[in-house]
Design a protein around this ligand. Structure first.
Ligand SMILES: [Zn+2]
Length: 397
């Protein structure tokens, strides 16, 4: 993940106050409805410190007061909730076939969403198109909200410490500084900008906005290409990127030595056995075809064995991910999930049968399959903007 235009550092003055406010805001984000007294109890801060911090958070629109709670014989307290009216987060995904944009609140509630095809645009053209859409999306949310920033999800490895996309084989993009391209078309008041891998951000958004209290979560994006993202969640959610952002590029792990040629240049990558692009090639479909609808029009006797074989390859990938990363939970999204049981059943069956050979007593990991994952990466990019904003010393929360 790389960040441009973080909020300016304002010195140490008040940083303790800011840390306290952030801690209290996190408590309310995870458990909406807490009162000031409950916050003091859970945070270990004094009631006066909590009272002052909550007042500041209410004033900044980060929190809002709700219903009156009566607890035992003490004074009743107002329930506190994350503020939904004053801030705006933008998240976008540059997909292989389309741009997906989302504007949301501090809790991830969508305010506006849109998708548009980009016809395999070159990076500069995609950036110009995206900037235009971002400006329009922001305008659609009105002028009353403070924009915290914008996150971009990209279909390839992103360097962890600089805004550089190494390679997006299914876009044909190589070594792209996408934020720099985007920056040239965005106004100065667009706040923080960041970019990261799409699957990593999808995993991050699922942990952050769904408040999943799991030690780790793996998101498998079974789409035109195949990618995955792992988030560790011990205390704070953290994306595991690897030194060059390559971690999770499971579509290019080798499953069939000397197998078919992959778009990355190697032979026998997982994507040559299961991916949206491989199935389109196999069935003679174009990149524009809706995969599930086009497959449904073909004879089942032709499609079923191919989908079943692809499903078994997906099961192998799940097995390998389970044994290399051992995530607590697995979520599967992407267009391949729309192909239904013919592909998914062999994958999940193979994974269920093989995963506990080494540890028979370990709980069975049953992947959750999303029926609609279109905005997962965009939502995750927005979540990451909030995460980085709150971690900045100077952010006056
Ligand atoms: Zn490959």
């Amino acid at each position: 993940m790389a960040v441009l235009h973080p909020p300016r550092f304002s010195g140490d003055l008040g940083s303790l106050k800011q840390r306290n406010r952030r801690a209290l805001l996190d408590l309310v984000r995870h458990t909406p409805g807490l009162t000031r007294a409950e916050l003091a109890q859970r945070s270990g801060l004094t009631k006066m410190t909590v009272g002052n911090a909550v007042q500041a958070l209410l004033g900044g629109g980060w929190l809002t007061e709700g219903e009156l709670h009566r607890n035992g014989s003490g004074r009743p307290g107002r329930a506190l909730h994350p503020g939904e009216q004053h801030h705006l987060l933008l998240g976008v995904e540059v997909g292989v076939d389309e741009l997906r944009l989302m504007a949301c609140t501090l809790t991830g509630r969508p305010l506006a969403q849109r998708c548009l095809g980009h016809n395999g645009a070159a990076p500069g053209e995609a950036a110009r198109l995206l900037a235009r859409e971002l400006i329009a999306l922001r305008a659609a949310c009105g002028t009353g909200r403070r924009l915290l920033g914008m996150g971009v999800a990209l279909p390839g490895p992103v360097m962890p410490d600089e805004p550089l996309l190494g390679l997006a084989p299914n876009l044909g993009w190589r070594r792209v500084r996408f934020l720099d391209l985007l920056d040239a078309h965005l106004p100065d008041d667009f706040g923080l900008r960041l970019m990261d891998n799409e699957s990593s951000l999808a995993a991050f958004g699922e942990v952050w906005f769904a408040h999943r209290r799991v030690p780790s979560l793996l998101y498998l994006n079974a789409d035109i290409g195949i990618g995955s993202g792992l988030v560790e969640n011990s205390g704070a959610a953290r994306i595991i990127s690897g030194v060059h952002g390559l971690a999770g590029e499971v579509g290019h792990t080798l499953l069939a030595p000397d197998g078919a040629l992959c778009r990355c240049g190697n032979r026998g990558c997982a994507e040559t056995l299961v991916s949206g692009w491989m199935l389109r090639e196999r069935f003679g479909l174009s990149a524009d075809d809706d995969l599930a609808a086009a497959v449904a029009r073909l004879p089942t006797r032709e499609t079923a064995p191919v989908l079943a074989r692809a499903g078994r390859a997906l099961g192998v990938l799940l097995h390998n991910l389970h044994h290399s990363l051992n995530p607590a939970e697995i979520v599967i999204g992407g267009e391949l999930t729309t192909l239904g049981e013919t592909l998914l059943s062999p994958a999940l069956k193979a994974f269920a049968e093989s995963q506990r050979r080494l540890l028979p007593d370990a709980p069975l990991v049953v992947p959750e399959v999303l029926s609609d994952s279109r905005f997962m990466a965009a939502r995750g990019a927005a979540a990451r903007v909030l995460d980085v904003t709150l971690a900045q010393q100077s952010e006056p929360v």
